[in-house]
Write a protein that binds this ligand. Structure first.
Ligand SMILES: Cc1cc2nc3c(=O)[nH]c(=O)nc-3n(C[C@H](O)[C@H](O)[C@H](O)COP(=O)(O)OP(=O)(O)OC[C@H]3O[C@@H](n4cnc5c(N)ncnc54)[C@H](O)[C@@H]3O)c2cc1C
Length: 387
């Protein structure tokens, strides 16, 4: 078995893993990123990117912030259209633009930034199989019959993380976990190129249906719901997605001449409501591997990027102190929970409030629908409540 030694081993090269690698810019820390696929590659997603992502990249290094601003594989989203359970809707402006970038483009962009660094080596099309931590260091073995050793391990391997499964006692909690499907269509009418559409569906209150504009005249549509509901109601999400369009007279009309141009694909989203173990001796978990997705929307790209940045910051501290113990890595937990814990708890609370009291959303959207001036200033207040 071939053996390779690095300082840091990052398991997974998605937004979390690549950004974490970028966090070692201008250091001599030798980083290996092990990724089972290759880039560019598709990833099941709504492709919505949070407004704070450029700032997070800029905090790592202004050159990454600049690269993101110049990155042509994205376009801005300035509004969200919220459709309540009763069909009433309001179009609300974001205080700062969000973005759309297909994961084919975005993940490749982040990979390009990280892999251009002299101290970062990507090992692509290589799957991590076993992970172990000893007093001497961290090691992983892969399907290419190789062992990678290092002082610190970062689990960035997504919702089904091998690192998390092998190093913590985390078990999926279906009440705090979401399942979602997405598909690309052409020919959907009434789509504004600058607006995320979020539709709440009476029959499935613990989830939502979305229509996001995409590139090449396509739209990304999808449906996500709590895994609890999937199990209890035996939902087949691909069927539910088509049923939602068929059952809504408005959507049905908008999809009359639409054409499905992709497979309908599903994946899971571990929501960040509870506090799970996200570090221990010689390891940290980031992004979906740490259950950091927003419990109200299921968005997790921004959280993966921010937690990747924070993990790299913490890792550099560990090297400075030559200490990789669970005790020092508690600082990482604190930083993550300070960043996301309270906000996610609030968002979880407001989401449950709305799903249990549908009239609240119905009444709010009716009001905003007839008072566009109020709608224009609403997002500020929603954000204040939820942050
Ligand atoms: C249908 C759907 C829609 C979504 N829409 C949005 C959205 O619009 N906006 C948003 O912000 N979030 C969205 N999300 C959530 C978002 O996709 C995730 O939160 C985000 O991808 C997390 O990034 P990550 O880097 O932690 O993990 P990932 O993006 O999953 O990356 C993990 C990487 O690890 C690799 N990997 C996994 N296992 C191994 C292994 N054993 N060995 C080697 N490599 C491995 C994978 O190939 C992958 O490249 C959506 C999710 C779903 C399912």
């Amino acid at each position: 078995m071939e053996s390779l030694d690095f300082d840091v081993i990052i398991c997974g090269g998605g937004p979390g893993g690549s950004t974490c690698a970028m966090g070692f810019v201008d250091t001599n820390i030798r980083v290996a990123v092990i990724e089972k696929s290759n880039f560019p590659r598709e990833k099941v997603c709504g492709d919505g990117v949070a407004s704070y992502v450029p700032k997070a990249l800029n905090m790592i290094s202004p050159k990454f912030g600049k690269a993101f601003n110049e990155f042509s594989g994205k376009f801005p989203i300035t509004h969200v259209g919220i459709y309540a359970y009763n069909g009433k809707s309001a179009r609300i402006p974001f205080p700062e633009s969000w973005f759309i970038s297909t994961r084919y483009e975005l993940d490749n962009f982040l990979y390009q930034q990280a892999s251009a660094m002299p101290n970062v080596t990507f090992f692509l099309e290589e799957q991590i199989q076993n992970v172990s931590i000893t007093e001497a260091g961290a090691s992983i073995t892969t399907d290419k019959n190789r062992t990678f050793t290092g002082k610190l391990l970062i689990g960035a391997d997504g919702a089904t993380s091998v690192v998390r499964r092998q190093l913590t006692d985390y078990k999926i909690d279906p009440a705090n976990h979401c399942a979602a499907v997405r598909a690309y269509y052409t020919g959907v009418t009434g789509v504004a190129g600058d607006t995320y559409e979020v539709h709440y569906v009476d029959k499935y209150p613990n989830g939502y249906f979305w229509i996001f504009p995409s590139t090449d005249n396509q739209v990304n549509i999808g449906f996500g719901v709590l895994s609890d509901d999937v199990v209890l109601q035996k939902l087949k999400l691909r069927d539910v997605l088509l049923e939602i369009i068929e059952d809504s007279p408005t959507l049905k009309k908008r999809f009359e001449n639409a054409k499905l141009v992709s497979d309908i694909k599903g994946w899971s989203i571990p929501l960040g409501y509870d506090q799970y173990p996200i570090s221990g001796d010689r390891f940290m978990l980031i992004g979906d591997a740490a259950s950091l997705a927003d419990p109200s929307t299921g968005e997790g790209i921004g959280q993966a990027i921010v937690s990747g940045r924070i993990a790299a910051f913490q890792a550099k501290n560990c090297f400075k102190e030559n200490n990789f113990s669970a005790t020092i890595l508690q600082d990482y937990n604190t930083a993550i929970y300070n960043k996301f814990g309270r906000i996610h708890k609030k968002r979880h609370y407001y989401t449950r409030l709305i799903t249990k009291n549908k009239w609240l959303l119905n009444a709010t959207m009716s009001l905003l629908n007839s008072h566009q001036a109020i709608a224009n200033t609403t997002w500020k207040y929603i954000l204040r409540l939820a942050s």
